[in-house]
Ligand binder design. Structure first.
Ligand code: CMX
Length: 440
């Protein structure tokens, strides 16, 4: 296939359109008030304050994620497929441009990313110097940060490039990072849990299947078709979740200081590593395994309810349940549940996932304080990976990270393209808040 880089040409046109829209929105509506802010919101983690802009996706509390307006089912139906599932990079194309790519466009992008996959020797060396008992997310953030020295964006900025053009080196850096992320992740997996052999990318495979191949979970270099499909689905599902979540917002915020994508994404990954965010998938699997161990198998519903109540009484959260925005079962959870049904997967771990689905929402509702008692994606993802022999749960957040880089990069490219300013909200002391509240 002749390599044309149409994504770059396409972006040239799209960026002009974005700039116009952005400027017009400010000039037409700049003085309009769109929300009031309550003290409880300021003191409650800024929940629901509409103060961020994110063009790549939107999370509706009752319908869940819409990627550029498309639901998960629509994305899976409309993006060009490589097997039963779409090419993973189709979702990045959609997040970035707002358009569903043609087969040719996505295949060109897959090829273009392939030529950027080669991981420099120094990154492998950096990782080889990190003790293997370092958390995989720490290793991932270190590896990403180590590549900052290569940033074309940083170089262009310091050489004085006009800020209108800075989105171009940013796009270049983002493509490099997307290309290398699964290669880095797979090496972290191999060195931490298996052998220290660096698996080179297989140029005959698409992005998703190649990640499955490099992980080599069965140590046999035989690509399991179903596992490759799961990875394709997984990477699409986790790619973006609008702008307010800890990892996306951290990344966006860091980049607003004109920090390059390596600094920004490494920061975002450190947020994703938290147990209330991306590490909940690891926590969820750990919890499922502890249930199986405690009961020496599958418990009765009554026994499980008692176990969960004791867990809550000890002041702990139920990992994989609840959400700051969603108020229904996360459609990403449902997509994984459908995958499990379609592939007829059955195991003790999956049985516990199903049992939890039956009992946890009622228990959380009964607390009277949990706003979303339903499962989120992290309540299913680990159990599904576990079935395919990807059992080292601390690694799950790295999988999440590889995927989320697509959303983070698409959001940051937009920001650089429209010239989004440095973020600087105003903070107040509690005394100021009381003064303001009593004046109203
Ligand atoms: N188990 C136990 N308690 C929970 C709970 C859960 N799954 N979800 C919420 N609560 C509690 C909160 O801890 C809070 O308690 P306090 O008032 O005592 O502090 C109360 O219910 C109200 O919280 P909320 O408004 O419903 O939820 P938040 O928006 O504050 O938090 C989230 C959202 C995701 C952090 C929370 O639901 C949680 O901790 N879930 C478990 C961890 C998890 O699965 N995280 C992954 C989320 C998805 C992702 O980012 O990947």
């Amino acid at each position: 296939m002749k390599l044309k880089v149409s994504i770059i040409e396409k972006m040239e046109e799209i960026v002009e359109k974005w700039r116009k829209e952005y400027k017009e929105t400010i000039s037409t509506y700049g003085e309009k008030v769109i929300a009031d802010v309550k003290v409880s919101q300021v003191l409650g983690g800024m929940r629901d304050i509409p103060s961020l802009v994110c063009e790549t996706s939107f999370v509706d509390p009752y319908e869940g994620i819409k990627f550029r307006g498309y639901s998960i089912d629509e994305v899976i139906k409309l993006l060009p497929k490589v097997s039963d599932f779409p090419y993973v990079l189709g979702i990045w194309y959609l997040l970035l441009t707002g358009e569903i790519p043609t087969r040719q466009e996505v295949e060109e992008l897959e090829e273009y990313i392939k030529i950027r996959e080669r991981l420099p020797e120094y990154v492998i060396e950096v990782l080889r110097n990190v003790p293997t008992n370092t958390h995989p997310m720490t290793q991932f953030a270190i590896a990403i940060l180590s590549m900052q020295r290569e940033s074309l964006f940083a170089k262009s900025y310091y050489e004085g490039m006009n800020k209108r053009d800075l989105w171009k080196p940013m796009l270049h850096d983002c493509i490099n990072l997307i290309a290398r992320a699964p290669v880095i992740a797979a090496y972290i997996y191999r060195r931490t849990y298996r052998d220290d052999v660096f698996v080179r990318p297989n140029e005959n495979l698409d992005y998703g299947a190649n990640f499955a191949y490099m992980l080599n979970v069965n140590d046999d270099f035989v690509l399991d078709k179903d596992f490759a499909d799961l990875i394709r689905l997984y990477l699409i599902l986790h790619s973006d979740h609008e702008g307010g979540n800890v990892s996306a917002h951290t990344c966006f915020n860091i980049s607003s200081a004109m920090s390059d994508i390596y600094y920004s994404v490494a920061g975002g990954m450190c947020g994703l590593a938290g147990p209330l965010h991306g590490n909940a998938s690891s926590e969820s699997l750990r919890w499922i395994l502890s249930i199986l161990k405690f009961f020496n198998g599958i418990p009765s519903k009554d026994k499980l309810v008692e176990y969960i109540q004791n867990h809550l009484a000890a002041g702990r959260v139920i990992p994989g349940f609840g959400h700051a925005v969603l108020r229904v079962t996360d459609p990403r959870y449902t997509a994984l549940a459908k995958f499990v049904e379609a592939k007829k997967i059955d195991s003790d771990v999956i049985r516990i996932v199903k049992l939890l689905y039956e009992v946890v929402p009622e228990i959380l509702k009964a607390t009277g304080k949990v706003k979303d008692p339903y499962p989120n994606v992290d309540g299913h993802s680990g159990a599904t990976l576990y079935h395919y022999n990807l059992r080292e749960h601390e690694f799950y957040t790295v999988m999440f990270g590889v995927s989320r880089i697509m959303g983070m990069t698409a959001q940051v490219i937009w920001a650089r393209a429209v010239g989004f300013p440095i973020e600087r909200p105003k903070s107040l002391t509690l005394k100021h808040i009381v003064e303001l509240a009593t004046k109203r």
